[in-house]
Design a binder for this molecule. Structure first.
Ligand SMILES: [Fe+2]
Length: 151
């Protein structure tokens, strides 16, 4: 599967509202939608200039929405799900954060995402709304489309 538009991505994230999926990396179940917003908000605070990293935080957990019955998987971002839309780096960061950090490329940023992922699972914490992210996601998608990058 591959997300072909920002609209498809936003729809998938919306679909995470009210879900309770096994947390990636430990801890109790998380609402995929709330976890995405909290992770992205933490990365916006720690890395205000790095929109790709923020968007990677927003999308890193959406693989679980494609496998709703799979409670045991350490959720990974499936290859090719967001790469064609958002670019190689976003896709790679989303996978690296849960795959360990053997690869030195982007290791610091993958660690930042991992830390935001660990912290971004507070029940009831309001971290804005998904619509706040639309322009940022569109910007990253537009940059990727200009570069012609694929994952
Ligand atoms: Fe996460």
């Amino acid at each position: 599967m591959e997300l072909r538009s920002v609209e498809e991505l936003m729809d998938l994230l919306h679909a995470g509202r009210g879900t309770r999926h096994a947390a990636d990396g430990g801890g109790g179940p998380v609402d995929v939608h709330d976890h995405a917003l909290q992770t992205a908000a933490l990365l916006r605070r720690s890395h205000p200039a790095d929109k790709e990293l923020q968007v990677a935080g927003l999308v890193h957990g959406i693989g679980r929405l494609l496998r709703p019955g799979d409670a045991t998987a350490h959720a990974q971002l499936p290859p090719h799900l967001v790469g064609p839309l958002l670019g190689h780096r976003v896709s790679r960061l989303g996978r690296l954060h849960s795959a360990g950090r053997q690869d030195p490329y982007d290791a610091d940023d993958a660690l930042s995402l991992r830390q935001a992922c660990d912290a971004g699972r507070a029940a009831g914490l309001h971290a804005g709304v998904l619509e706040d992210w639309r322009t940022v996601v569109e910007l990253v998608a537009a940059q990727n489309s200009r570069l012609g990058a694929v994952d």
